[in-house]
Design a protein around this ligand. Structure first.
Ligand code: KG4
Ligand code: ZN
Length: 350
C-alpha cells in the first residue's frame, strides 16, 4: 500500500491562477461553487428554506440534516457545471463560521476530507468576509481601497476596505443587524419566512407615510440602532390596535424599509466622499433588496462615485463568495490545519 502523504499547510506551492472550490453550509443553504482566479465557473445552491418555512424560521437540526443530504450532490453539480475534474482543484475553501454549529460542521468535515484526499490546501473562510468578497465577483478588476456597506442578518456596518485583508469600521450597529430587523418586522406583520424579501414585496404596495425614528444614532453619527427602529414599528402597530384603528401593513413595510435603508445609504456615500475614496461596494443579504440597490445606485451617481454591486444571488448566501474570499487567503498562503473546527461566532475582523 502506498504511504499517505501527511497534510501540512506549510508545504503547499501557491499557484498564480488557482481553481478554488467553495463550500457553504452555515444556515439553510447548502452551496458549492468553483472559480478559476477571479473567473466564476459555477455556483450551485440546494436550499432547505421551503422546509424551514413550515416552522417560521430555521430549525438547526433540520438544517444540519439537509446539508448532510445535499453536500455531495451540490459539490458534484458545481464541479460538473464548471467543466473541471476533481484533480484540477487547487484549494478547498469552506465557511467555518459564523453560523449554526451543526450546519457548519457538515461543510467543514466534507471540505477537510476532500482537501486531504486531493492533497490540496484547506482554506477556512469567515462567512461575513465571504459576503464582503462577493463584490469581487461583480467586477473582477475591483481593487481596494473602497467603502463597503455590509448589511446582513448578523452584521450592519460601513467599512473602509484598505486592502484585500484589512478594513476599518466607520460605523456599525450597537444592537440588532438590519436583516434581523427586517425579519422581526416581518413577524410583526405576520409575513412568512424568509422575512426580509417578504417585507420588500409588501412595501411595493405601500407609502412611506408613517414617521419612524432614524436608525442612525449617537456618537458623531457612527452608530446604528435597528432594535430601536424595530421597537418603534412594534409600538406603532400596538398603539393602532389599542385605538381600534386598522394598520395598513403595506405602509408599515414601506415606511420601515425606508427608515432602515436611507440612513445606511447616506452614511455609506458620505463616508466615501469624506475619505476621498471613489468606489463603493456592498454585501450581505439585505443588499438583495431592490429599494436599497436603487437608492445606493442613485446616491453614488449623484456624488460621482463608482458602485460595484454583487448580483442579488451573490448577496444572499452562496458559495461563490466563499470561493472569492478563499482565493484571497489562498494567494496569501493562509491555509488551515485539518484540525479546523466550526465556530458559531467569529469577530468581523478575523
Ligand atoms: O447576509 P445574510 O446571509 O445574513 C448573514 O449572513 O448574517 O442575509 C440574511 C438576511 C436575512 O435577515 C434576510 O431577511 C435579509 O438578509 N434579506 C433581505 C432581503 N433578502 C434577504 N432583507 C431585505 N430585503 C431583501 N430582499
Ligand atoms: Zn450570510
Amino acid at each position: 500500500m502506498s504511504k499517505v502523504q501527511p497534510y501540512n499547510p506549510k508545504n503547499f506551492i501557491i499557484k498564480p491562477n488557482p481553481v478554488i472550490l467553495g463550500i457553504e453550509s452555515s444556515c439553510d443553504e447548502t452551496a458549492a461553487a468553483v472559480i478559476r482566479g477571479r473567473e466564476l465557473l459555477s455556483s450551485r445552491i440546494i436550499s432547505s428554506a421551503s422546509e424551514q418555512a413550515k416552522y417560521g424560521g430555521v430549525v438547526p437540526e433540520i438544517a444540519s440534516r439537509a446539508h448532510t443530504d445535499a453536500v455531495d450532490e451540490v459539490v458534484a453539480l458545481a464541479i460538473e457545471d464548471a467543466g473541471i475534474t476533481l484533480s484540477e482543484i487547487d484549494g478547498v475553501a469552506v465557511t467555518y463560521g459564523a453560523g449554526l454549529l451543526g450546519a457548519l460542521l457538515v461543510g467543514v468535515s466534507f471540505a477537510k476530507s476532500l482537501a486531504y484526499a486531493l492533497g490540496v490546501p484547506l482554506i477556512a473562510v469567515n462567512h461575513i468576509r465571504g459576503h464582503l468578497a462577493a463584490a469581487y465577483l461583480g467586477e473582477p478588476e475591483l481593487k481596494p481601497p473602497f467603502v463597503t456597506m455590509l448589511a446582513s442578518g448578523g452584521h450592519t456596518a460601513v467599512l473602509h476596505t484598505l486592502d484585500y485583508s484589512h478594513f476599518e469600521v466607520i460605523a456599525s450597529t450597537c444592537d440588532d443587524a438590519a436583516g434581523e430587523a427586517f425579519d422581526k418586522v416581518a413577524r410583526v406583520l405576520s409575513l412568512p419566512y424568509p422575512g426580509g424579501v417578504n417585507v420588500e414585496r409588501l412595501a411595493k404596495d405601500g407609502s412611506p407615510n408613517i414617521h419612524l425614528p432614524s436608525c442612525l444614532v449617537r456618537e458623531g453619527n457612527n452608530r446604528f440602532s435597528y432594535s430601536g427602529l424595530k421597537t418603534a414599528v412594534i409600538n406603532y402597530c400596538h398603539n393602532a390596535e389599542q385605538k381600534g384603528e386598522e394598520v395598513n401593513r403595506a405602509d408599515v413595510a414601506c415606511s420601515f424599509q425606508r427608515a432602515a435603508i436611507d440612513p445606511l445609504v447616506k452614511k455609506t456615500v458620505e463616508s466615501a466622499v469624506a475619505l476621498k475614496v471613489g468606489t463603493v461596494t456592498a454585501g450581505g443579504g439585505v443588499v438583495a433588496n431592490g429599494y436599497l440597490r436603487n437608492t445606493l445606485q442613485a446616491e453614488c451617481r449623484k456624488r460621482g462615485l463608482k458602485l460595484v454591486l454583487p448580483e442579488k444571488k451573490y448577496c444572499t448566501d452562496n458559495a461563490a463568495m466563499i470561493a472569492a474570499e478563499g482565493l484571497i487567503k489562498y494567494l496569501n498562503g493562509e491555509f488551515a490545519p485539518l484540525s479546523l473546527n466550526a465556530a458559531a461566532q467569529i469577530p468581523l475582523g478575523n
